[in-house]
Write a protein that binds this ligand. Sequence first.
Ligand SMILES: N[C@@H](CCC(=O)N[C@@H](CS)C(=O)NCC(=O)O)C(=O)O
Length: 208
Amino acid sequence: MAIKIYGRLSSANVQKINWFCDYANISVINFNYGGVHGKTQTIEFKEMNPNSRVPVLDDNNLILYESNAILRYLSKKFNILVEENTEVNAKIDQWIDWGSFTFASPCSLLTAHKLSLPEDQRDGLIVEKAKKDILSLLEIIDNQLGKEYFIVGEKFSLADIPLGIWCHRCVNLKISFDNFQNVNNWYIKLNKMNSFQKTVLSAPLPPN
Ligand SMILES: N[C@@H](CCC(=O)N[C@@H](CS)C(=O)NCC(=O)O)C(=O)O
């Protein structure tokens, strides 16, 4: 049976799930919620996620929010990209969290002030600060990718998913990887993945 994902296709956190599911050959039905589609403030939606945020997973009545929790649940349930080595898994978790909090923060701010907010609420100073922060964080990713073929080790792992999504958002927002050759080479690898093309490269831009 297909799993249900509530959340607009343009959402970075929804894309994490859609990319993983396509990679893992898991059937998904997407429902457009959030952004221009709204519907996240309704009583019915808040019963699923009181935070009114997307994505929300409905897997045969298991309702789950928080994109990384959903990723880890699906990975374990379908036994795809499960890392058995505890130390390697800890590194993967480290990069999932770093990608979703430290790196995602300025990326989300830049998205809001370049794309999502009404024009009269956008702030140029926030845009400049977010760009500066992103560039210094890209240096950290670039150093890591100078040591590893993917974010953690030789193989594609869950660690590549949040960072891959947010790096693609950087590309959408005209942040250049010219000074980050390792990031650029890794981004080219992701671009060659069918699942990335179908769920991330072809996704609409926020807030659609
Ligand atoms: N920590 C949450 C963050 C969820 C989140 O902030 N989602 C954004 C989209 S990326 C959202 O719901 N924005 C409001 C909207 O789309 O209406 C997660 O990882 O799932």
